[in-house]
Ligand binder design. Structure first.
Ligand code: ARE
Length: 597
């Protein structure tokens, strides 16, 4: 759904909710609107193009993200950063100044990217490193600025930093101590005194500069290490109302929690990532039926969710058991779940290939990042993994957009193990098979009858589906056959306007009968009588004992059927499981089979 956005939906919802409450006051008790939980739909998927250059992001917005309905891109920290031997990715989390000269490009390139992305409906969120400057030490930054311990000429001097007086070296050691976490140094990074007006003004000036270039939102890095009130004071100096989400890693036993940051904006929900990892790697998908707030997570409309992020995919930021691009198809399935499940504002990770936690992005020997785009084409799926372009992940963005207005679960099913299905009312339906056997089943959905594209295995473009279609019958049911480690997703944004093509399917079955008994084929679609023996399709015995008949069936469709013998109203079913076929996209199909007594 290119161009479909829900920019200020949350704000709108809040206002509407407030109005409802306020307007109901004079007339009696406040009725808590049941719509509240339904309407916290975020706007609706953003992608972290980790370490991409500005020139690449501009092209990706125009070529892919805009047309595919992504709401925004989180970009790597754009400010001048330390240059560390070996050029690790994390040098960019060590600010030297707020000049926009970084490994991703120049200020002019940054501004050009923001404008071009905005023009195709994609916002830019900046990763704002405002808790600290570089590691305490000396050096020259990416724009040529020099620095020494607690001295960033023209910006900050000794008095602008916290000097917590703990542990001998001022480093954080005890996460159980609030004072230490917020006043000492996170891994030796010079910790800004965010309580001071000067520092607050300086940080706000940086954010306002970015806003003046059109930046729409900020990730507040290391927010747990800044008192929530200090963040509020900085934001009160910021122009307009940028979208804010704060990186707070909630951990058992720590005094500082994600919840205390929700007044400033949204908060990263790391529990989501860790539980997705636990369930998809070692657990049962059946457990997920109440996934979200019931698991002790933040309210949905405050939570940023992700399968993995740039830290935990490489063991930083507390690490944990997480699913990453290295897990292949399992990563697809975890993302399909995240994008289908109505909880939080999802961030899709887009990585580069790495073999150790230090390694920076694809670069030359001098640490110059290589372009993703070469001759106008993205060099994806190699050194740049581009998970956001993996078909199931990319196509689920349109699913989440198309289902945003029904932000609740319908028609939940599981086999008690690792096969699940659920709907989003009449907007979408998804089935995930994380088992090593095929899932053959008829599902009750709430979708309107019609023909839909399975966007996990096919693309829907200009009204046509490049592969498998799924028919929702008049009882709102679908019959599907889902291979091991695969999924199915249909949604109203990928519904075919016309009936699908048909293909001629010839049924030949070797079946002996007595005089007066005839053979029929019956199945789960109208053309095969909807399992009603009285409506079954008669076969001819011209080449007895082989009974034959040809029926036009919808193309690209999975169908279940059986043979029956009928003598008047006396029906004999063949034994065992239903037979299952998937019809081809065109041409014909011939089945040579034998009656199963
Ligand atoms: C690097 C070196 C250090 C060196 C330092 C200064 O690795 O050895 O001392 O530079 O020279 C990233 C990297 C760091 C890197 C840093 C600066 O991950 O390795 O340090 O950049 O270059 C805590 C914080 C959380 C933070 C994680 C990493 O609470 O905010 O640690 N995450 C953000 C970013 C990171 C970034 C920074 C902050 C710094 O997302 O990418 O660091 O800007 C428990 C706690 C967590 C804690 C976690 C790990 O789980 O509950 O709160 O996370 O342990 O300690």
């Amino acid at each position: 759904m290119p161009g479909t956005r829900f920019p200020s939906l949350r704000r709108l919802v809040l206002v509407v909710a407030l109005l409802m409450v306020v307007s109901s006051l004079p007339f009696g008790p406040v009725h808590h609107s049941t719509a509240r939980a339904q309407t916290s739909s975020p706007r609706t998927v953003f992608v972290h193009l980790f370490e991409w250059k500005w020139t690449d992001i501009a092209q990706e917005c125009e070529n892919f993200l805009g047309p595919r309905g992504f709401a925004a891109v989180q970009v790597s920290p754009p400010q001048e950063h330390a240059i560390v031997a070996g050029y690790p990715w994390w040098q960019r989390y060590q600010p030297v100044s707020y000049q926009l000269t970084s490994r991703s490009g120049t200020r002019a390139e940054f501004a050009n990217m923001v404008a071009r992305c905005k023009a195709v409906g994609v916002d830019i969120y900046v990763d704002a490193v405002i808790n600290h400057m570089t590691g305490v030490g000396s050096g020259v930054g990416s724009a040529g600025s020099t620095y020494s311990p607690y001295n960033y000429p023209g910006i900050y001097q000794y008095q602008d930093f916290h000097h917590c007086g703990r542990n001998g070296n001022d480093d954080i050691q005890n996460y159980g101590d609030r004072y230490e976490v917020q006043n000492c140094e996170l891994v030796n990074l010079a910790d800004l005194d965010t309580g001071s007006s000067y520092v607050r003004d300086r940080l706000a000036a940086y954010l306002n500069d970015l806003i003046s270039l059109g930046v729409a939102g900020f990730r507040i890095d290391a927010a747990k290490h800044i008192a929530a009130g200090d963040i509020a004071a900085i934001l009160s100096r910021v122009n307009g109302s940028p979208y804010i989400y704060q990186e707070v890693i909630g951990a058992a036993g720590e005094p500082i929690t994600p919840w205390e940051y929700t007044n400033n904006g949204d908060v990263t929900e790391f529990k989501y990532s860790n539980e997705i990892g636990r369930v998809f790697l070692n657990g049962k998908l059946a457990w997920l039926s109440q996934f979200g707030e019931a698991w002790g997570m933040l309210p949905s409309d405050k939570a940023i969710v992700f399968v993995d992020n740039h830290d935990n995919q490489r063991g930083h930021g507390g690490g944990g058991t997480v699913v990453t691009y290295k897990n292949g198809v399992l990563y697809d399935l975890a993302n399909v779940f995240m994008l289908a499940w109505p909880y939080g504002y999802p961030q899709v990770m887009s990585s580069y290939e790495f073999s150790n936690d230090f390694q920076g992005p694809p670069s030359d020997a001098n640490g110059n990042t290589r372009s993703v785009y070469v001759n106008g084409q993205p060099n994806c799926f190699g050194e740049w993994k581009c998970e956001h372009r993996w078909r199931p992940i990319a196509n689920m963005v349109a699913f989440r957009n198309a289902t945003a207005s029904t932000f609740s679960v319908s028609d939940w099913w599981s086999n008690g193990n690792n096969q699940i299905a659920f709907g989003r009312g009449d907007k979408g339906f998804v089935v995930i098979n994380r088992e090593d056997t095929t899932l053959n089943r008829t599902f009750q959905t709430s979708m309107a009858p019609g023909v839909y594209c399975n966007v996990i295995v096919a693309d829907f473009t200009n009204g046509t589906c490049s592969g498998q279609t799924v028919t929702v019958d008049s009882n709102r049911r679908i019959t599907v056959s889902i291979p091991p480690f695969s999924a199915l997703a249909i949604h109203v944004g990928a519904k075919l306007s016309t009936q699908p093509a048909t293909v001629a399917v010839t049924f030949n079955v070797n079946a002996t009968t007595y005089w007066g008994q005839n053979v029929f084929v019956v199945g789960n679609i109208p053309q095969l009588g909807n399992w009603n023996p009285a409506q079954a399709v008669p076969l001819s015995a011209a080449t007895y004992p082989v009974w034959s008949g040809t029926v036009n069936l919808p193309a690209n469709t999975t169908i279940e059927y059986k043979y029956i013998k009928r003598d008047g109203s006396n029906v004999v079913w063949e034994c065992c499981n239903n037979r299952v076929i998937t019809t081809p996209g065109s041409g014909s199909m011939t089945l040579n089979e034998t009656w199963r007594p």
